[in-house]
Design a protein around this ligand. Structure first.
Ligand code: GAP
Length: 423
């Protein structure tokens, strides 16, 4: 990821910050495509409004949401080397994996929210937290969004943005981070519709992953047992992916009933119920939530698309990314620097006409240039050779099959348009 400019360790030149990463050019493009795919897919299935909440929220929000009281992980320290572990991920009868000692501190509950103080006053009224999920900003703005848009229940409010959790043991690269990004949809419906919308969104969210090219056999839905349920949820199902380190949660879908709106109504003293014109009664909407991490999905996509194979006796690494997700859609490779001009013209035309990310590369042997594109998942490469000067054709090479075909120069843009399903 580093060598190709996808992801860098944050503050690397100062030794790095554990569980925090920076995103390079290709990573930024890939994340942008992930967000677009998610946004398009949820909007297809219902009326969705978007919002962007603040990253900081006052203590009252997190008391109402239950995060101050419940957002804990059990923590234990090795008495000798002081290494810290999550107690639920360790067998305390066994020696410390770091130093081999077997003496532990008591297991303590550790709240994972990052706490801070706003302004100069050091009293409790200025305590705020960096949000550990984006969802609460949606709940506390529910009435604002509902009353300032012409919208009827059922509808959804969706948000993408950063979340922060002081994970005791960040690990597995982008899987468990301290600063990450979530894409959350809170679907508001009448209580009697909630069970069927839970099924509806579970099915739609499951299907999303195959649609962006993830191997269907490696994605499954796993319902939570009742003792696994989070404090806010009545029913929950995880979309799991088969990572190299086992089946793990990629996305959570939860039936939150009216827990959040009820809690915020009680704690704020503001009525968050809605009036039903048909029955002339007020009710508290129920919420079906779907929540997935951009970074965790990014990691999933990398694992799922990574291949090593041999082409004409040479090993290559390929990212078999779905064209909609690939950071670069096409590369333009003149066979000789003497042919740069016409190839560059096609590169510019493709970028400008279709508004897509492309690469122009005239550096190194053609084989090396193909490998560079394979490794970053570029679906097709165009080459312009000396014959192109007379037959007005270019060669298109497919990343996955490595097959090459000759097409007319003026068909290159429509070819890409079709490949990328652009209108
Ligand atoms: N609002 C519900 C909620 O936040 P969650 O299961 O705690 O539920 C939802 O988180 C999703 O956010 C997870 O399925 C995962 O994709 C992502 N996520 C959670 N914690 C993460 C972390 N520490 N690092 C990266 N992604 C994380």
């Amino acid at each position: 990821c580093k060598r190709r400019g996808f992801i860098y360790q944050s503050a690397e030149i100062y030794g790095g910050l554990n569980g925090v990463y920076d995103t390079g050019h290709l990573g930024t493009l890939l994340k942008r495509n992930i967000r677009t795919a998610w946004e398009k897919s949820i909007s297809k299935h219902g009326e969705i409004l978007f919002m962007e909440g603040s990253l900081l929220a006052p203590s009252a929000v997190w008391e109402a949401s239950g995060h101050v009281a419940n957002f804990h992980d059990p923590m234990v320290d090795c008495l000798k080397c002081k290494h810290r572990y999550r107690a639920d991920e360790l067998d305390l009868a066994k020696p410390c994996p770091h130093c081999g000692n077997t003496a532990w501190t008591e297991v303590r509950q550790f709240n994972m929210m990052f706490k801070t103080q706003l302004g100069a006053a050091a009293d409790n009224s200025s305590v705020a937290y960096l949000r550990p999920e984006t969802a609460q900003a949606i709940f506390i703005n529910f009435k604002n969004v509902y009353s300032t848009n012409r919208v009827k229940i059922p509808f959804g409010i969706a948000q993408m943005g950063k979340a922060f959790r002081n994970e005791i043991t960040p690990k597995q690269f982008l899987f468990r981070m301290r600063e990450f990004e979530q894409m959350e949809l809170e679907w508001f419906c009448k209580p009697e519709q909630a069970d069927s919308f839970f099924e509806y969104w579970s099915e739609k969210r499951h299907a999303f992953y195959a649609n962006i090219g993830i191997t269907p056999d490696k994605i499954r839905l796993r319902p939570h047992a009742s003792d696994e349920l989070a404090h806010y949820s009545k029913q929950c199902v995880d979309v799991e992916y088969e990572f190299p380190f086992g089946w793990k949660e990629l996305e959570g879908i939860a039936h939150r009933a009216s827990f959040d709106l009820q809690q915020h109504s009680t704690f704020s003293g503001k009525d968050l119920s809605v009036f039903d014109e048909e029955t002339k009664t007020s009710y508290m909407p129920n919420v079906i939530e779907s929540s997935v991490g951009v970074d965790r999905l990014f990691l999933t996509i990398l694992f799922d698309s990574y291949r090593e194979d041999v082409v004409e006796g040479e090993e290559r690494v390929v990212l078999a990314l779905h064209p909609s997700i690939a950071p670069i859609k096409a590369a333009f490779l003149p066979l000789s620097k003497k042919l740069n001009e016409p190839m560059h013209a096609l590169y510019q035309a493709s970028k400008n006409t279709l508004g897509i990310e492309c690469i122009f590369d005239d550096n190194g042997s053609i084989g090396k240039r193909y490998r560079r594109q394979d490794e970053i998942g570029t679906p097709v490469c165009f080459t312009y050779d000396f014959e192109s000067e007379t037959d007005h054709c270019v060669t298109v090479r497919n990343r996955d099959t490595t097959k090459q075909e000759r097409i007319a120069l003026d068909q290159a843009v429509p070819y890409l348009q079709q490949l990328l399903h652009l209108s």
